[in-house]
Write a protein that binds this ligand. Structure first.
Ligand SMILES: Nc1nc2c(ncn2[C@@H]2O[C@H](COP(=O)(O)OP(=O)(O)OP(=O)(O)O)[C@@H](O)[C@H]2O)c(=O)[nH]1
Ligand SMILES: [Mg+2]
Length: 356
């Protein structure tokens, strides 16, 4: 080939490279415009939706100083309400506590309330009383029965950490924050940047009176994450004492995934509180509360059974699109699963738009 031919080939190659760069650039542009993803968190009350959101916040750098101060107060508020619930159970059920102690602990609860109201800290004297209260036999007995009157699992964690919480310079850790219990009312939206994605997480209140607000978000989200607490198979709803929490979760799930809504969104199911489930199956029969269960009373057989129950009643279009994970939302390990979920959501949406 002569000099002229080789110059022409160089030019052609340069042009090809330029076009390639242009395509890459426009693809990148399209992709980054796409990488605004929204995830809707739904499921029954107390299943762990807000805890998942807290883990996402932790993955994005955590909290401001002001937010940490707010969390500190929420921890004190939790200690106040948990103490109140425990003492009320003791009194209502005539557990063995003398009148002097009852009076002393009523004063303690008032002092905790005052701490919350005045934004202060506990101090040594109050903290010591709370410790004695927590360790006394009738309160321990009331804690054992916690599932019967909706005392949240996290109560024990905060009482056991009083020595740290009482300090004036106490800084809540991520583990403290994920244990806080505040029922969500309405809808809380958090916009975060995670893995180069603008993620809008919509956290809905899960109790019955909150659910009508969910519907407004059904059309527009890229993914829906349904959180069900697998450990609650023996518990009753806070809103209706005649309904089993697992039955409520299954009903709700099948209403949501009936084929009408979320026709394009990625569908994810978290069978959450797997840590509590593993402990509970050692002493609480699954069959007693779910007569259809025929397996051994183990975490493995139980989880397989409930996983199938969620899948079985689902509209066929959704079955093949469902991603199911067993999770413990209070463990930082869940952040690995959240990462996988986000990758899945992005992949699904890029596939839908023909980008990959
Ligand atoms: N042990 C354990 N506790 C959990 C887990 N996930 C959440 N929790 C605790 O369960 C309680 C309820 O969690 P939330 O995240 O507030 O529940 P929610 O689904 O947002 O509840 P609503 O806002 O009422 O709908 C909190 O005290 C959490 O610390 C888990 O996997 N294991
Ligand atoms: Mg919530």
């Amino acid at each position: 080939m002569g000099a002229c031919g080789s110059v022409m080939q160089d030019e052609a190659l340069k042009e090809q490279a330029r076009i390639h760069r242009q395509i890459e650039k426009s693809l990148e542009k399209k992709k980054s415009a796409l990488l605004e993803q929204s995830v809707l968190l739904i499921g029954p009350g107390e299943s762990g939706k807000s805890t998942v959101l807290k883990q996402i916040r932790a993955m994005c750098g955590g909290y401001t100083k002001h937010e940490l101060e707010e969390k500190k107060l929420l921890i004190l508020r939790n200690l106040w309400t948990f103490s109140d619930m425990l003492l009320e159970y003791v009194i209502k059920n005539y557990l063995d506590m003398n009148e002097t102690d009852k009076k002393k602990y009523k004063v303690m609860i008032e002092e905790l309330k005052f701490c919350v109201m005045s934004g202060g800290h506990m101090g040594d004297e109050l903290a010591e009383t709370v410790k004695v209260f927590w360790l006394c036999a009738p309160i321990q007995e009331a804690y054992e029965k916690r599932n019967t009157y909706h005392l949240t699992e996290s109560a024990g964690y905060f009482f056991e950490n009083i020595d740290r919480i009482k300090m004036p310079d106490f800084q809540p850790t991520n583990q403290d924050i994920v244990r806080i219990r505040v029922p969500t009312t309405g809808v809380v939206t958090a916009d975060v940047i995670l893995k180069n994605i603008k993620l809008s997480v919509i956290d809905c209140g899960g109790q019955r009176q909150e659910r009508r607000k969910w519907y407004h978000y059904f059309d527009d989200v890229h993914a829906v994450l349904f959180v069900a607490a697998i450990s609650e198979y023996d518990q009753k709803l806070v809103e209706d004492e005649s309904v089993n929490r697992m039955d409520e979760a299954l009903n709700l799930y099948h209403i949501v995934f009936n084929g009408k809504y979320f026709t394009k969104a990625a569908c994810i199911l978290f069978l959450n509180k797997i840590d509590l489930f593993r402990e509970k199956v050692k002493s609480v029969s699954i069959k007693k509360f779910h007569p259809g269960f025929e397996g051994a009373n183990t975490a493995e057989d139980g989880a397989k059974y409930f996983r199938r129950k969620f899948r079985d009643g689902m509209h066929p279009d959704f079955k093949k699109r469902l991603y199911c994970h067993e999770t413990c939302a209070i463990s930082d390990q869940v952040q690995i699963i959240i990462n996988t979920v986000i990758d899945t959501v992005v992949q699904e949406n890029l596939k839908d738009t023909g980008m990959i």
